[in-house]
Design a protein around this ligand. Structure first.
Ligand code: PLP
Length: 443
């Protein structure tokens, strides 16, 4: 069976464009494009046969299908040659029952999807493996791409640099100077990308990279290139697969440039179109109050205007003019959507409180957890609902945030779970006394 995917305008302008061409916007109306699959061909296989196929491939070693993105290749990027794929075994991340944290919130069916347990430590790998693999096939087929470039709040550049290095493709990353974590800055450096740290914010980097990509030979790797979303949408399919093909009631996801939420919705919609599921989850986007343009639009009947994003610990979502806002609003309108926001204190406290139940949350996951707490308190999420919180990055990439919290140095945050080490002399009694004191404080 020949499966096919092409770019089409999200506003419905006529025409289709090959995914092998560097085209990111509709030539008619300049809105974004999306990848459109030949659903008729995909329907020739039954829903149960697709589920069986995806289960058979899941986390096995047959190249490249053990990756949970490429295990769903026919739904993602059917025309790529297996040997052009650059994969580091994406997806297949743990989805765990957050029993103790859920109980604290009066919930018994709360789950956390650890998308950050991935090759470069964030969910960005899910999309980047698809985009860079397409680039490699274009180059192999004689296309002229000099380099792949992105603007980034840190995780996109880490992921692009790794996959580009994996495929021997030159990479250029534009970062806002001083606004990404140390780990995020080091990742593209280690992988040999050209790292350009600009004196601006993410939105400034994004404007420059869009101009660069109009030049001959610089290929755009930001999520306005909808190839990324094809990989990212597999998180929806994977979580349903992990729940024995049942749909959760609510999914909460942190949002910045808003590609991720659009991808999530697309994954659920594709499963419905192909008969795998028969309901859609409610989708909640969580934003930092410091960078909340979607939240403001939600409060205002979806009338959107960009904002200037202020500094936030959730640096990967410090974005005031999200590129995928129209896709995101469309997704939320189809999914009974809610947008919630979290202040710096709320996000840091939520992350730390959940850490006390065994997690190790990045600040963006903190934003999502803070949204969960608020919506539970307001009764907007039912205590019996099955809720999945999407954790987007590994907490290990955000040491500055963690240390700042526990050393009580975060601006605008008064930590109630700070747990700095007690520094003691080399003395048995001092140790014993410290343990006793700790025990009586906890009692
Ligand atoms: C990129 C990113 C997000 C936001 O995803 P968007 O598609 O930009 O909305 C959230 N969390 C982390 C850790 C990220 O790297």
């Amino acid at each position: 069976m020949a499966y096919r995917a092409v770019f089409r305008c999200i506003a419905g302008c006529p025409g289709e464009f090959p995914i092998w061409e560097p085209v990111y916007r509709c030539p008619t109306c300049s809105d974004l494009l999306e990848v459109s699959h030949d659903l008729g061909a995909l329907k020739n296989r039954s829903a149960s046969a697709w589920m069986r196929l995806f289960d058979e491939r899941y986390k096995r070693t047959a190249w490249p299908y053990g990756s949970s993105v490429w295990g769903k290749k026919e739904w993602v990027c059917p025309e790529i040659r297996d040997e052009s794929v650059i994969s580091m075994d994406e997806g297949g991340t743990n989805l765990f029952w957050a029993e103790r944290f859920g109980r604290e919130l009066g919930m018994h069916d709360l789950w956390v999807k650890m998308c950050g347990n991935s090759h470069t430590g964030s969910f960005k790998d899910l999309g980047m493996t698809v985009l860079v693999s397409v680039v490699r096939q274009i180059i192999e087929d004689g296309g002229t791409i000099r380099a792949v470039a992105c603007a980034s709040t840190g995780d996109t550049s880490a992921s692009l640099a790794a996959y580009a290095a994996g495929g021997g493709v030159p990479a250029i990353v534009l970062l806002p100077r001083g606004k990404v974590s140390t780990a995020q800055l080091l990742q593209p450096i280690a992988n040999g990308a050209l790292v350009l740290a600009l004196d601006t914010d993410f939105d400034g980097c994004m404007a420059i990279v869009q101009r660069l990509s109009q030049d001959e030979g610089i290929y755009l790797a930001n999520s306005m290139n909808s190839l990324r979303l094809e990989g990212q949408k597999t998180v929806a399919i994977e979580m349903v697969q992990q729940l024995d093909w049942e749909v959760p009631d609510v999914v909460i996801i942190p949002g910045g440039n808003l590609g991720n939420v659009s991808a999530l919705g697309a994954g659920f919609e594709m499963m419905a179109s192909l008969g795998i599921i028969n309901k859609q989850p409610q989708i909640v986007v969580a934003q930092a109050e410091a960078a909340n343009p979607l939240y403001l639009a939600y409060q205002n009947n979806w009338a959107f205007s960009p904002v200037v994003a202020k500094p936030t610990q959730a640096s990967a979502i410090q974005i005031g003019n999200p590129v995928s806002v129209r896709k995101a609003i469309r997704t939320l309108q189809r999914h009974n959507g809610i947008v919630a926001q979290a202040s710096e204190t709320e996000l840091a406290e939520a992350a730390a409180r959940a850490d006390r139940t065994g997690m190790y949350n990045c600040p963006h996951t903190g934003v999502a957890l803070a949204a969960l707490i608020k919506l539970r308190e307001r009764g907007e999420i039912d205590p019996s609902a099955r809720v999945v919180v999407v954790s987007t990055a590994s907490g290990l990439k955000f040491t500055d945030f963690k240390l700042g919290y526990h050393e009580r140095r975060l601006p605008d945050v008064r930590p109630s779970h700070a747990n700095a080490p007690l520094e003691l002399a080399n003395d048995y009694d001092a140790v014993r006394k410290a343990i006793d004191r700790h025990a009586s404080e906890r009692a």
